[in-house]
Write a protein that binds this ligand. Structure first.
Ligand code: ADP
Length: 219
């Protein structure tokens, strides 16, 4: 509760400060006012994302999430995620590569939830990889375990070894990367819950600091 309150208070403090300045007439021209509105809008969006993620995680933890089971094709999920993230990748002159095996990649699960996992992992790879980098999205099926294995590899910052055990914890963010991209520190925790609690799969990471990371999911 204390961590969550702290995270919620940060954007709220910023919104309050900018609203107060507007009320007190401290933004003396239209350019300054527009800048204040933009900050308030960004912080409000952040507050909304935090609350949505917190509610989703707490519903899963409370065991009250009903998942809609049907056949879900990872090829479709990957296609949708790449279409959504393509503009961000283009802006950073990054290459998005897919290595999707020509085999059956369907699993039984909740389409919306699994899409959140794919989107989150690819979005993180794009966020935490510097301009000009490469993100490779792969999927294959493991005949032995009858699992679909999905992975996202990047040529980005990598994860410091001492952060790896904490990476899937709620609100955990690598301190030095907070400047690199916006985030809530809840995305990976939600992914882990969706994969492990709701779909009885596994999620993991391999990374070399400064070389890049590979996040994988097996369902
Ligand atoms: P956030 O909203 O901060 O991105 P996540 O829970 O998705 O939260 O990720 C937690 C933290 O893990 C991030 O803040 C970042 O420090 C680190 N991280 C996640 N993905 C990557 C990646 N592909 N490369 C480097 N660091 C990453």
């Amino acid at each position: 509760v204390s961590k969550a309150s702290h995270e919620l208070r940060t954007p709220l403090t910023s919104i309050r400060a900018y609203v107060e300045m507007l009320v007190d007439g401290e933004a003396n021209d239209e350019v300054a006012r527009q800048e204040f509105y933009r900050i308030i809008q960004n912080e409000t969006d952040r507050l909304g994302r935090l609350i949505d993620n917190m509610l989703n995680i707490s519903r899963i933890e409370a065991g009250i999430v009903q998942i809609e089971r049907k056949n879900v094709d990872f090829k479709t999920l990957i296609g949708r995620a790449l279409e959504t993230l393509e503009p961000q990748a283009r802006e950073k002159r990054m290459s998005l590569i897919t290595k999707v095996a020509e085999v059956d990649l369907t699993v039984e699960g909740d389409e919306d939830m699994l899409y959140q996992v794919v989107l989150n992992l690819v979005s993180n790879a794009v966020k935490y990889t510097p301009d000009g980098g490469r993100v490779t999205v792969a999927a294959d099926s493991d005949n032995l375990t009858r699992c679909v294995v999905f992975s996202v590899s990047d040529t980005g910052l990598g994860i410091p070894p001492d952060s790896i055990p904490k990476l899937f914890d709620k609100f955990y963010r690598v301190e030095n990367y907070k400047r690199v991209a916006k985030g809530t520190g809840l995305g990976l925790s939600l992914c882990k819950h969706i994969v492990e609690t709701l779909h009885h799969g596994q999620i993991g990471i391999e990374s070399k600091l400064g070389m890049g990371s590979k996040f994988w999911v097996s369902i």
